[in-house]
Write a protein that binds this ligand. Sequence first.
Ligand code: C2E
Ligand code: MG
Ligand code: MG
Ligand code: MG
Length: 282
Amino acid sequence: EAKAKGRNTFHFYSQELNAAANERLFIENELRHAIRDKQFVIHYQPQVDSRTLQVVGYEALIRWFHPTEGMISPTKFIPIAEATGLIVELGAWVLKEACEFAVRLANQNLKNNISINLSARQFKDANLVPLLAKIIKQSGVEAKRLHLELTESMLMGHVEAAIAQLHQLKALGVSISIDDFGTGYSSLSYLKRFPVDILKVDRSFVKDIPQDTNDMEITAAIIAMAQKLKLNVVAEGVETIEQIEFLQNNNCYIVQGYYFSPPVSEHDLPALYAKLNKTLVS
Ligand code: C2E
Ligand code: MG
Ligand code: MG
Ligand code: MG
């Protein structure tokens, strides 16, 4: 009886492990031809100035529409793309698409910033700077429109190499954002040494405002520190008017989150502008 149960338990776990391993293998195999087969699109989430309701920028967020599996979340496939090295090709595609999007906006007289997520592997790649230089040149984008989003953990490993890479990127004219700020090792002394321009307050601190007083203290402290270091600050994952009011009272005006809009396709941007305009007049 016990033995049978034990065997069943083992069988159960190994099935689960197999399922996870199979899923991983499936994603890895499918990723290999998904770019060629045009299964990816980029959605854009507005960053809004909460005082004027003007869209100041967009974050480019990749979406994978698989022909049989439907939408696969980037939280699922980006780590696999990263581990296999496929991120280098995928990331180059995102950079090119996002720059071409920025040019289409500029052609409509829309001077928005475009934030692009970089993965650790892309950031470390010796080819990143020449690649980005080439994409900027070929697309005709104004480099100052581009904000590259990195995470703290990507900077902390090899500090000197990271600083050198940041200087090279900044020499192209782009800005640097620290994404998910506060969730990694936030060493203040290090932060001062990195040539960064923007801190993005992680959603985990914003989501329980105004219920969680600790999160409110942390958010206010991050904003105050950003100001001291003369960095711009963007709040992520803003979903409620109470959160916007709290952020405004603490001098953070640029917000990104479902309150204004989820990430949307380029096709849906006119509807988004119309909605924001309506909010502004009413
Ligand atoms: P992230 O860069 O921190 O992006 C913010 C995530 O929060 C996005 O999830 C966005 O859809 C979601 N979000 C925005 N506002 C709200 C809100 O008000 N509430 C909630 N609950 N969520 C909100 P998404 O698009 O699923 O992307 C997840 C992560 O995948 C990103 O986190 C980023 O780390 C990574 N990622 C996405 N696109 C790319 C890409 O092109 N390259 C790389 N390297 N990573 C990417
Ligand atoms: Mg991001
Ligand atoms: Mg983020
Ligand atoms: Mg985040």
